[in-house]
Design a protein around this ligand. Structure first.
Ligand code: NIG
Ligand code: FE
Length: 401
């Protein structure tokens, strides 16, 4: 239905940065934005419907471009251990960490995984999220990675949210491959990825490049396979140490490299050239009490696009609020509220390969937006959680929770 949304101000985020139109109007039709601009310039047309947004600030629907929202169990016990001084790496070495979530995820049925993930995704949606990415990576064999990815697809079918599904089979070494990481990578390349891609379950391929996970050489073999299958790549890189995974990701035109606390200026230059988005994850930084900051100045100086995401996962970032990540991006990483907003809209869309259709409010793009009852856009990064009054529109239709 053709609709005029008015009595609002809009942060369009067009062309990759904060840009505002005061006293604006948006015309939507068929799920897309047909017109947007100052209300005074709106031609009187044949809109079937006019909606008064009561002075709200409108932003693009928020995009959480890095989550592990599907998993079994939780790891609050490890949180307690870490508070006693045991490190994330030590817990992983003792068979906890990702391996413990793998056990719980393998033991859970598809319906159980769906039910728990649904609650978490709904929590993100209550914060204005209209698109999110969900990674596999707690199954680590064909049947269980498939189970996770099917849950990701089902969430998109049953909730008013768009989901990009990322295969993260190279997240950790499954116990049945202990001591045989190269064989596991070969298994992913030869069996798992081709099968999952053929079933239409994979939108992108990711890996964890780290001493306690996979080496750059192993990641590269996976990237070559992804390229052969026509799938874009992403990478968990430079979270705990510097292996230059982000430069490797840039060489493969990765959509994004994520975490990045230990990246170098050379990595930033490579990413800027390739257009690879830097996805910063302040929830994991905070929750692990990391002290090494991502090199914000180098990222800015070289013009790397910076996104922010929740990294929602049971081990390092049990974060159910993307708005809280806006605050943490500002408080922990010294981003401006405008940079943070770009990080969960326009740059997050690019990090998911959706830059042409999502992430900013421009003619021809999908009409996903949030009308917030706030005084200024910076308020989105200011409040620590809570439920801000808002109306959420997806594909031109208002959704209710
Ligand atoms: O993004 N870095 C690796 N993966 C997750 C952590 C997963 C876990 O501990 O369960 C992350 O932080
Ligand atoms: Fe992650």
């Amino acid at each position: 239905m053709r609709t005029v949304w008015q009595h609002c101000h809009v942060a369009t985020m067009a062309e990759g940065r904060y840009a505002a139109i005061e006293d604006a109007a948006i015309v939507t039709d068929g799920g897309l934005i047909e017109w947007i601009g100052p209300r005074a310039e709106l031609a009187s047309g044949d809109a079937a419907r006019t909606v008064d947004l009561a002075g709200a600030w409108v932003t693009p629907g928020l995009i959480d471009c890095h989550t592990h929202a599907v998993f079994g169990g939780n790891r609050s016990g490890e949180f307690e251990q870490r508070l006693q001084g045991v490190s994330y790496a030590e817990i992983a070495a003792q068979g906890g960490g990702i391996a413990s979530t793998v056990r719980a995820t393998r033991a859970a049925s598809e319906d159980q995984l769906f039910a728990s993930a649904r609650q978490r995704v709904q929590a993100l949606m209550r914060d204005g999220v209209t698109t999110l990415e969900i990674k596999s990576g707690y199954g680590l064999d064909l049947a269980n990675e498939r189970k996770m990815l099917r849950v990701a697809r089902r969430l998109a079918d049953e909730l008013p949210v768009a989901v990009r599904a990322t295969c993260l089979a190279a997240h950790a070494l499954p116990p049945e491959y202990a001591g045989r990481a190269d064989d596991y990578i070969a298994h992913i390349c030869d069996e798992m990825l081709p099968a999952l891609a053929a079933e239409g379950l994979v939108d992108a391929v990711d890996a964890f490049c780290e001493h306690l996970a996979f080496s750059p050489a192993q990641v590269e073999r996976l990237f070559i396979k992804a390229r052969e299958l026509g799938l874009p790549v992403k990478l968990h890189a430079e979270q705990l140490s510097s292996l230059h995974g982000s430069s490797l990701a840039a060489r493969y035109q990765a959509l994004s490299a994520d975490h990045l606390e230990f990246m170098t200026e050379e990595d930033a230059i490579a990413m800027a050239k390739a257009g690879t988005v830097a996805v910063l994850l302040p929830g994991a930084f905070y929750f692990l009490r990391e002290t090494q900051l991502p090199p914000m100045d180098a990222l800015r100086r070289h013009g790397v696009k910076i996104a922010l995401a929740s990294d929602l996962n049971p081990g390092t970032s049990p974060g159910l609020s993307l708005r809280l990540m806006l605050n943490m991006g500002c408080t922990c990483f010294r981003m401006t509220p405008e940079e943070a907003l770009a990080g969960v809209t326009v740059h997050a869309a690019t990090a998911l390969g959706l830059g042409a259709s999502h992430g900013s409010l421009e003619v021809g793009k999908v009409a996903d937006f949030v009308a917030w009852q706030i005084e200024r856009p910076a308020d989105l990064a200011y409040w620590l959680g809570g439920d801000l009054p808002k109306r959420v529109v997806r594909k031109g239709l208002e959704i209710t929770h």
